[in-house]
Write a protein that binds this ligand. Sequence first.
Ligand code: NAI
Ligand code: ENO
Length: 294
Amino acid sequence: MNGFYLHKIAIVGVGLIGGSFALALKRAGVVARVSGWDADRNNLHLAHELQVIDQLPSTLAQAVDGAELVMLAVPVGAMESAAREVIPLMASGAILTDSGSVKQCVVECLEPLALQHGVRYVAGHPISGTERSGASAAFAELYQGKRCILTPTAQSDVAALDTVTLAWQAAGSEVVTMDVLKHDRILAAISHLPHMIAYSLVNSVSDYDRYDENILDYSAGGFRDFTRIASSDPIMWRDIALTNKDSLIEMIDQFEEFLGELKNDIQQADGERLYEFFRRSKITRDALLKPKVR
Ligand SMILES: NC(=O)C1=CN([C@@H]2O[C@H](COP(=O)(O)OP(=O)(O)OC[C@H]3O[C@@H](n4cnc5c(N)ncnc54)[C@H](O)[C@@H]3O)[C@@H](O)[C@H]2O)C=CC1
Ligand SMILES: O=C(O)C(=O)Cc1ccc(O)cc1
């Protein structure tokens, strides 16, 4: 692919996202060697057994040594501590990227650290994932046909941005660039709010205690479809909620307004308004599912 080739990359946090990035680049034939590191030693071993990483290093320094590109794919709340350990071990001029679901807090913390050490940092966020975690959840096709958002700043190195772009394109994604604040607001609406609602829905239904039996046994396909993402990793979502607080609170307020409107229309038995509410939503959702002609 355009002569794009990396001799060594290192993945710190070899879970679903970091592991899938490694597998995708290997499958595309654009990387010679993948090393990795994980705070969970069992997961690191598993990543090696599953050939997600080629090398099983005994130290973080060994994992990072000689890597042209290091990907931090740890929960957002662990980005800073991971970066503090990783960056001083990287060669000057090497590229650091990350996959965090929230960008402002990660960029504010990682960019100055990277600049101090002559490391070229480009923040990223693949808009693809599943509710599963760990190395065993990783698969090479995860990023195929999906988008990846990069959030460069005025300080970002243009050549490093180019390299990270090429890596995500090799993984199968369309790369778009965006300002960090815009990113966090959009993701609060389209991803973080739905996760909060799915988690809340499961808790509110499972706490329903009018009958002495587990009503989840009566759930049909709709409940499963709606709540799949509530099986996502609680640490990951705790960190996202804490670090995208303002945008998320704004979206929760807006959601409460809509739910309040719905509740009111039900209370008032206002069939016309209810019909219009559902009709408008159905049109929007159906349009979303229609394949886009580009
Ligand atoms: N799961 C998803 O669908 C998506 C997740 N993301 C973001 O990507 C990042 C990774 O998410 P996943 O791969 O889903 O999580 P994961 O739980 O599958 O993998 C994260 C790995 O990081 C390790 N880890 C935690 N702290 C560490 C540290 N300080 N040093 C080294 N390793 C450490 C964990 O042991 C775990 O194996 C998160 O920031 C998440 O917000 C982004 C897009 C989609
Ligand atoms: O499983 C799903 O449908 C997701 O929504 C996955 C996901 C989770 C977090 C992200 O930052 C991006 C994608």
